[in-house]
Design a protein around this ligand. Structure first.
Ligand code: NAD
Ligand code: TYD
Length: 351
């Protein structure tokens, strides 16, 4: 089976490729990515020799119908897993337009190409699936209690989450209108290797290693539910192969933490692991809060556990230690990805 996987050069996409090629020796992946600031081909440079012939890379933009059509024509594609997106909330506050273009129009371009390839004489080609990788942020924010369920109404607040909700809705519309075999997954915050250092966890690690201040937005008491990236990738694999068409599956780690707890825990682990006593809580700097900052996210993942048998396997402590270790070994990777465009964005917005 040939699967078109978009956004393969980003954080979750690259982790997915490694795991999928290992777990499915009969399948091939067509990796598709525009290589924006967040995509880096080096992230895919460790595919084992024996698996390389089952991975093909296409540089292309999901908003370009010609490039997508050419990829469908070249490979006999039976599945799409759409990771490609603009993914950072802070950037969506500064420049919303690219989020609408990539996340909504790009998803629609993919859906339409898949429909053209898979729907013949009113019948869908057998064993085809379009999986949309989405986020818990589409549900909005929670107060101190409660969990997001698949039935929770969509109530996004940031341009990022609104654009992801828009993509979910156009995917749902293709199912409801054309009976297209689609599955949507909505996951909580991920962390792990290859995450671009603009997101909280890699930002803490990389800045602390250089003894730079750690910006904590507002009072630092916002809550996120953190999941190790490999657990997310296994859930997507299960939802892609076993999920029911038209269904949504929430994915989360039952691991709610305040941001300030995350910051302090990482500083402590980093200091222990490097023996550097200058890595300590003096690096914490409380800064102006993010506009429209969602207070709390928390996921009820019981549906995917019950129906597809998924369980998270990596404890928070193990996942954080693995992640820190990876960033310690890959300091050159960090230097290469935070050069140029990222530095100017960061300087302009955070000084
Ligand atoms: P990322 O920003 O690290 O990677 C996104 C990838 O998409 C990059 O390789 C980029 O080059 C590519 N891309 C961007 N625009 C493109 C375009 N127009 N055409 C083709 N490729 C394009 O993101 P990530 O953290 O790996 O997230 C992947 C997906 O998972 C996103 O859809 C995101 O919304 C979702 N998600 C992320 C998290 C998280 O915590 N990171 C949680 C839940 C869901
Ligand atoms: P982030 O990693 O951007 O993910 P998301 O906004 O999609 O949840 O941020 C996680 C949390 O950390 C969020 O509450 C914002 C906060 N945060 C900071 O306090 N400082 C930072 O420098 C960043 C990037 C995030």
């Amino acid at each position: 089976m040939n699967i078109l996987v978009t956004g393969v050069a980003g954080f979750i996409g690259s982790n997915f490729v490694y795991q999928y090629l290992k777990d499915h020796p009969g399948d091939s992946l067509i990796g598709f990515d525009a290589l924006t600031y967040a995509g880096n081909l080096d992230n895919l440079s460790n595919i084992p020799e024996g698996e390389k012939k089952r991975f093909h890379f296409v540089k292309g933009d999901i908003t370009d119908p010609e490039q997508i059509k050419a990829t469908f024509n070249r490979y006999d594609i039976q599945g799409v897993i759409n990771f490609a997106a603009e993914s950072h909330v802070d950037r969506s506050i500064h420049d919303p337009a690219i989020f609408l273009r990539t996340n909504i129009l790009g998803t629609h371009t993919l859906l339409d190409a898949a429909k053209t390839a898979w729907l013949r004489d009113g019948k869908w080609k057998e064993n085809t699936t379009f999986l949309q990788v989405s986020t818990d942020e589409v549900y909005g924010a929670l107060g101190p209690d409660g969990l997001f369920r698949e039935t929770t109404p969509l109530d996004p607040h940031s341009p990022y989450s609104a654009s992801k909700a828009g993509s979910d809705l156009i995917v749902k519309a293709y199912h409801d209108t054309f009976s297209m075999p689609v599955v949507i997954t909505r996951c909580s915050n991920n962390y792990g290797p290859y995450q671009f250092p603009e997101k909280l966890i890699p930002l803490i690690i990389t800045r602390a290693l250089d003894h730079q201040s750690i910006p904590v937005y507002g009072d630092g008491r916002q809550i996120r539910d953190w999941l190790y990236v490999m657990d997310h990738c296994r859930a997507i694999d299960l939802a892609f192969h076993k999920g029911k068409a038209g269904e949504v599956y929430n994915i989360g780690g039952s691991n709610e933490r305040e941001n300030i707890f995350i910051v302090k825990t990482i500083l402590q682990f980093l200091s222990e692991m490097t023996g550097d006593s200058d890595i300590n809580e003096d690096l914490i700097s409380y800064v102006t809060d993010r506009l429209g900052h969602d207070r709390r996210y928390a996921i009820d993942a019981s549906k995917i556990q019950r129906e597809l048998g998924w369980v998270p396997e990596t404890s928070f402590e193990e996942g954080i230690r693995n992640t820190i270790q990876w960033y310690l070994v890959h300091r050159n990777w960090v230097k290469s990805v935070i050069s140029g465009e990222y530095q100017s964005f960061y300087k302009k917005n955070y000084g």
